[in-house]
Design a protein around this ligand. Structure first.
Ligand SMILES: *Cc1c(COP(=O)(O)O)cnc(C)c1O
Length: 372
């Protein structure tokens, strides 16, 4: 980071739209094989999502108060739509994609009261951007994709930026590409990307006149310095993540655990390792027994968004798939520099915990449907 920090001292620009943020936006656009001007940096993934919603769908209107969100996601998705004045409406996810299904949602009875739909790349899984652009065209409802954890899917060409539908990414420290706190909107249409930048900057564009709903969601030069350094070292970090993933696979083999129960990169983003349990009660038992050994495993998306105190009253559909996924996909510890010995210890504790929480062998779960 030091060279970038020195650059900040030389330019004496510390806040927004300075040379480092500009350089980061350029390099990310190139990395995603998009035209210059397609990437707008933001102060967090949530800020990126708010700005993209404001720029694309606008704030909620009385006749369309709802934003449809998947019930299976990190709570930031609902927080972002609320910031834009929408009431989150929680819909169930597809068991194949772990997020909303555009064809199923096109039949939803609530659509005439909905102002925006926010599908999520669950655990960074790429999703069908083209299908959502078709949904948007057919229904007239704007779509903004919460692609917070999907930076690899974009960088690896498994998902593409689309001028019709903005994507919001997070650079939080827990994600595969991190700068502490940060994010960006990917929107390969210069005018729309500019509108997003305006939304992150009080609605200002070339003057001190606020021209639209907005927030202060700008990335600082300091965070851009971290992100640029992260980009410089990203190939190495990704190789480290790969090593950790392979160590998990090897440890599963060593402990005689079914490898089909492990969900890892490239099925999901490399900052996650998921252990797929057959039923919720056993998954929670496993989590607790691991905790007793000093190992934190977590249900990343809690019990679904409807289980958060703040969202208990949110309108929602029946959520059987969310109920199943949220309580059976257990996140194991993962890090790019996690030592193989630590991974072996986690997996050995998991194997022992399995032995403790049931007398009969857990049957191997259904295999994850193939990802297109
Ligand atoms: C991480 C994450 C966010 C929030 O990103 P921040 O950078 O922490 O604001 C939003 N949605 C999903 C699905 C995430 O995983």
């Amino acid at each position: 980071m030091a060279p970038y920090l020195r650059q900040i001292d030389r330019s004496r620009m510390y806040s927004n739209q300075g040379p480092l943020v500009t350089a980061l936006q350029k390099r990310l656009a190139a990395r995603f094989e998009l035209a210059d001007g397609s990437v707008v940096a933001a102060s967090s993934g949530t800020a990126a999502l708010v700005a993209a919603i404001l720029a694309h769908a606008g704030p909620a209107r009385p006749e369309r108060p709802y934003a449809i969100c998947p019930a299976y996601t990190f709570v930031a998705t609902a927080a972002a739509v609320s910031q834009c004045g929408y009431e989150p409406y929680l819909a169930d996810v597809s068991p194949e994609t772990w997020t909303l299904d555009p064809d199923r949602l096109a039949e939803h009875p609530m659509l005439d009261r909905v102002g925006v739909v926010v599908p999520v790349c669950a655990y960074g899984r790429p999703l069908d951007v083209e299908g959502w652009a078709r949904f948007q065209h057919a229904t007239g409802i704007r779509v903004v994709i919460d692609a917070a954890a999907a930076v690899e899917a974009l960088a690896d060409g498994k998902m593409h930026g689309d001028a019709r539908v903005p994507l919001a990414l997070s650079f939080h420290a827990t994600k595969a590409f991190g700068c502490g706190e940060g994010g960006c909107v990917v929107w390969p249409d210069p005018a729309l990307a500019a509108r997003t930048m305006q939304a992150t900057n009080f609605g200002f564009m070339g003057s001190r006149n606020s021209q639209g709903a907005s927030l202060n969601g700008k990335m600082s030069e300091y965070h851009a310095a971290v992100a640029l350094a992260e980009l410089d070292g990203w190939a190495g970090k990704r190789a480290d993540f790969d090593r950790s993933t392979r160590a998990y696979r090897a440890a599963f083999l060593h402990e005689g655990l079914p490898s089909g129960d492990l969900v890892v990169h490239p099925q999901i983003a490399s900052n996650y390792i998921l252990y797929r349990c057959t039923d919720p009660a056993r998954a929670e038992d496993l989590r607790r027994v691991l905790e007793e050994s000093g190992i934190e495993a977590r249900f990343w998306y809690g019990g679904g968004m409807h289980m958060h105190d703040h969202l208990r009253e949110a309108r929602r559909d029946a959520l059987p798939v969310t109920e199943d996924l949220s309580r059976t996909l257990l996140g194991l510890p993962m890090g790019s520099r996690m030592a193989a010995a630590d991974i072996a210890r986690v997996v050995s504790a998991l194997a022992a915990a399995r032995g403790r929480v049931q007398s009969v062998e857990i049957p191997s779960v259904r295999t994850l449907p193939a990802i297109a």
